[in-house]
Design a protein around this ligand. Structure first.
Ligand SMILES: Cc1ncc(COP(=O)(O)O)c(C=O)c1O
Length: 400
């Protein structure tokens, strides 16, 4: 397929690139990068800077009064973002909280939901779980006096494992979209199977949130957590978010690590020595929220709300299918069924690190590598273009 064909597709299906700042290309003949690393760090929406300045100006103008005054009082800043955050993942607002970063949230949720008892002590993760998740679950097992080498089970077949050994599983913790392969797991089906086996189920949605439509409330997992720096485009180290299903929100027996931000906001400033957590996911908050880090989330969620996940997913399917067609003949390890993947395609290539460097320096194509042999390309429907896809395929063709 030709460059003209890619340009024609962009004219017909333009996406939202103008709303983003695209880094200049480090090499090659085009001015802008062809950016495929939104599965690692999303690009900066242009409106972030203005939103951040508003928050900085409020600090300058209001000082400590900014906690309670102005049009975005800091005490309720996370709550101001809850409705769009919940919409993005198909959750109820009371099931959603914006706080901390992803691995921290997984730990806080495991404090509540990984409660090994008797024979039911195992934690089930996927074979290629993200290392941070693996470290987190192993340390949780140790925290309960268990041996992670025998009680943390890595599997490529969670449904099979649950059918065979489900009565020994306390917690299933899986990535909704696998970071390495780009495979989208059947979240509702695995959630059902885990519950049928009597286990708790949580999802790491780092590579799913903002990438595929989610219906967390309806699908019914016990908890989930995700970050905002990938597809949610909220910047490096952006604040993450978490979901706790409604059925757990009013359970006084639930264990939690507490801090003053998790007590009832109506009485928080009475400074009582004993907390009274609200019946919502905000009860999992601990500390004062970092306001400047939240400006970017505000901007980004406004974009998702304006455009809507269904439209983004439809464009994502078109873009990824186009890229796939250009990569025909190469070894793509991501499922070919569009319903079993998000936007990312993972290729098996020789010397992935070297290739990714050559793509960037020689062609201005930013992909990323996972050693030794995986190159990940994530055309994101907000700012990637058909021309980017064409450039990536051309550059790969020249390099390997
Ligand atoms: C699937 C997955 N889980 C966990 C993490 C770790 O996230 P954090 O550094 O925000 O804790 C990442 C980071 O990229 C990830 O991709």
């Amino acid at each position: 397929m030709s460059e003209d064909d890619a340009r024609r597709r962009d004219a017909e299906d333009p996406g939202y690139r103008d709303l983003f700042l695209v880094p200049p290309a480090q090499g090659g003949k085009y001015q802008e990068s062809a950016y495929f690393a939104g599965n690692s760090l999303g690009l900066q929406p242009r409106a972030v800077r203005d939103n951040l300045l508003i928050d900085l100006d409020n600090w300058a103008a209001l000082g400590v009064e900014g906690h309670h005054e102005g049009d975005r009082p800091w005490v309720s800043y996370p709550e101001q973002l809850i409705e769009p955050a919940a919409r993005l993942v198909g959750a109820l607002p009371e099931e959603t909280v914006i706080m901390n970063t992803l691995t921290v949230n997984l730990h806080l949720l495991m404090v509540s939901f990984y409660r090994p008892r008797g024979e039911r002590v195992r934690i089930l993760v996927e074979e290629s779980a993200f290392p941070s998740d693996s470290y987190a679950v192993r340390s949780q097992a140790r925290f309960h006096g268990l041996d992670p080498d025998s009680e943390v089970i890595r599997t490529t077949d969670p449904l099979g494992y649950l059918a065979a050994e489900g009565d020994k599983v306390a917690l299933v913790l899986l990535g909704g979209v696998n970071y390495l392969t780009g495979e989208l797991l059947d979240i509702p089906e695995i959630t059902r199977a885990a519950h049928a086996a009597g286990a708790i189920v949580g999802w790491d949605l780092a590579h799913a949130a903002g990438n595929i439509p989610l219906k967390l409330h309806e699908w019914g997992p016990d908890f989930a957590a995700w970050c905002s720096y990938k597809y949610i485009n909220s910047g490096p180290g952006a604040i993450g978010a978490a979901f706790v299903h409604q059925r757990h929100l009013d359970d006084p027996s639930i264990q939690r690590f507490e801090g003053w931000w998790g007590t009832d906001p109506g009485t928080r400033f009475r400074m009582d020595p004993v907390s009274t957590p609200p019946a919502n996911a905000g009860a999992w908050q601990i500390s004062t929220p970092p306001i400047y880090a939240m400006s970017a989330i505000r901007t980004s969620l406004e974009l998702f709300d304006k455009i809507g996940m269904p439209e983004l997913r439809a464009r994502s399917l078109r873009l990824t299918a186009y890229l796939e067609s250009l990569l025909d003949g190469r070894t793509v390890i991501t499922p070919t069924d569009p319903e079993r993947r998000g936007c990312q395609l993972s290729l098996r290539v020789p010397d992935a690190d070297g290739l990714s460097k050559r793509l960037s320096q020689g062609h201005g194509v930013i992909a990323d590598s996972r050693n030794p042999d995986i190159l990940r390309l994530a055309p994101t429907p907000l700012y990637s273009t058909y021309h980017d896809c064409w450039r990536a395929a051309e550059a790969i063709g020249q390099e390997i």
